[in-house]
Design a protein around this ligand. Structure first.
Ligand code: XLS
Ligand code: NI
Ligand code: NI
Length: 445
């Protein structure tokens, strides 16, 4: 399953060939040092461990603007005044980039792919036109769609929310967009469909009926699910939690909150969770914690792979480059069965001051390598150390005798209390945190 380089009307990344694997000794910034798609680790190729996907919005639509200044990165495919022409140029650039990088998947919002028109109908037509072109590009390159989604947060009409907007009229526009984005996802064979509730939240409870808004959100998701299934979508619906930004309090705060929501409204057999590292940081959790929480609930879906900055409180969407964190993630993924129909979507952008076109390649290659290296390290820790045995031993008192009976529900509170009286004060047992941390560091090589 290899990817064929696909160039459109114009070659945007001229001089850059398909990125080769050259191994850890290479100093070529445009080569992989660790990511070798065919290499099998723990019974699976690296391609299947990661299922990397390129985020259309950051990589092809965003030229580095921030609240304090305009874009700095001259992206040649965004030049021109005709929005449909620009959309076609963007598609050319996207498939050239993704195929040269050799990545198997991509992800988009409706508005990344095609511009909004003057009416609901015209917006739908624009999207359909681009979907047909994208279909041909997918066929020519072998690249597939990991997920589609609708951008129901940028347009000013969504300033008070989309599915949770207090004005029903606004909700209907969100429905029109989600309907068209679901159709696009089905037409392109998307494996998943994502809901990130950008403006689904509130700034002050004084003007907010939270219960009613959450009921509306759930109803909206149920109707989206029903429509998706009706038009033949067999994939997974995903909710992407984020605690804040743009709203002060977002309803999909973190993985645990979303698990509760899905179960409360009976959505947990169609929906799973798409976890983003930077959002975990904002919620005060590690990425590993969020993945473990979702996996333990049987609701782990997919990943938005990036990293935030622990020193400030917003979504900086940096390319993941921290090896230690990457190892923790891969340890969890290897133990929980990993990505099934999910993937690792680069919801990340190059820094505003990284203005060369090849910086986009360097950024993605860097992240793919750090994750591939982390996979090798995590696999070694699991196979060539006593890590698992040591952790299992911590719980040995539940493996037999009364501990076992407790796990089986056969001891009541009085019987438990009697044991405390009989056994007296427990012997102190070290948690050995530094031992575990040193072990991980010993394998970082
Ligand atoms: C924003 C979100 C967004 C989703 C897709 O913070 O991460 O990019 O991934 O709508
Ligand atoms: Ni995201
Ligand atoms: Ni984000």
């Amino acid at each position: 399953m290899s990817i064929t380089v696909t160039i459109g009307e114009k070659e945007y990344f001229a001089g850059i060939p398909q990125i080769p694997f050259e191994g850890p000794d290479s100093d070529n910034p445009l080569a992989f040092k660790y990511y070798n798609a065919e290499r099998v680790v723990a019974g699976k190729s690296m391609r299947d461990h990661f299922r990397f996907a390129i985020a259309y919005w950051h990589t092809f639509c965003n030229s580095g603007d921030d609240p304090f200044g305009p874009g700095t990165q001259p992206l040649p495919w965004l030049a021109g005044d005709d929005p449909m022409r620009v959309a076609r140029q963007k598609l050319d650039a996207a498939f050239e980039f993704i195929s040269k990088l050799g990545v198997p998947f991509y992800c988009f919002h409706d508005r990344d792919l095609a511009p909004e028109g003057d009416s609901v109908h015209e917006s739908e037509k624009n999207l359909q036109t681009l979907v047909e072109l994208a279909k041909a590009k997918q066929q020519a390159s072998g690249i597939k769609l990991l997920w589609g989604t609708a951008n129901v947060f940028s347009h000013p009409r969504y300033m008070n929310g989309a599915a949770t907007n207090p004005d029903f009229h606004v909700l209907t526009h969100a429905a029109a967009q989600v309907k068209a984005a679901l159709e696009a996802t089905v037409a392109l064979g998307g494996k998943n469909y994502v809901f990130w509730g950008g403006r689904e939240g509130y700034f002050t409870l004084l003007n907010t009926d939270m219960k009613r808004e959450l009921d509306h959100l759930a109803m909206f998701l149920q109707k989206a699910r029903d429509y998706g299934r009706k038009i033949g979508f067999k994939g997974t619906f995903l909710i992407e939690p984020k605690p804040m930004e743009p709203t002060k309090h977002q309803y999909d705060y973190d993985t645990a909150t979303v698990i509760g929501f899905l179960r409360r409204y009976g959505l947990d057999s169609d929906f799973k969770i798409n976890i983003e590292n930077n959002h975990a940081t904002l919620a005060g959790h590690t990425f590993a914690h969020e993945i473990q929480t979702a996996a333990d609930a049987g609701l782990f879906g997919s990943l938005d792979i990036n990293q935030g900055d622990p020193y400030n409180g917003w979504d900086t969407d940096e390319f993941l480059h921290n090896l230690y964190d990457a190892v923790e993630i891969m340890l969890v993924l290897l133990q929980t069965g990993g990505l099934e129909s999910g993937g690792m979507n680069f919801d990340a952008k190059t820094r505003r001051s990284s203005t060369d076109l090849d910086d986009i390649f360097i950024a993605h290659i860097g992240s793919m390598d750090v994750l591939a290296r982390a996979l090798l390290i995590a696999d070694e820790i699991l196979h060539n150390s006593n890590y698992l045995e040591k952790r299992r031993q911590r719980y040995a008192s539940f493996d037999s005798g009364e501990g076992r009976e407790f796990e089986q529900g056969r001891l009541d509170l009085t019987e438990l209390a009697d044991l405390a009286g009989k056994w007296g004060e427990p012997k102190q047992i070290s948690g050995k945190q530094e031992w575990y941390e040193s072990l991980l560091n010993r394998f970082l090589r």
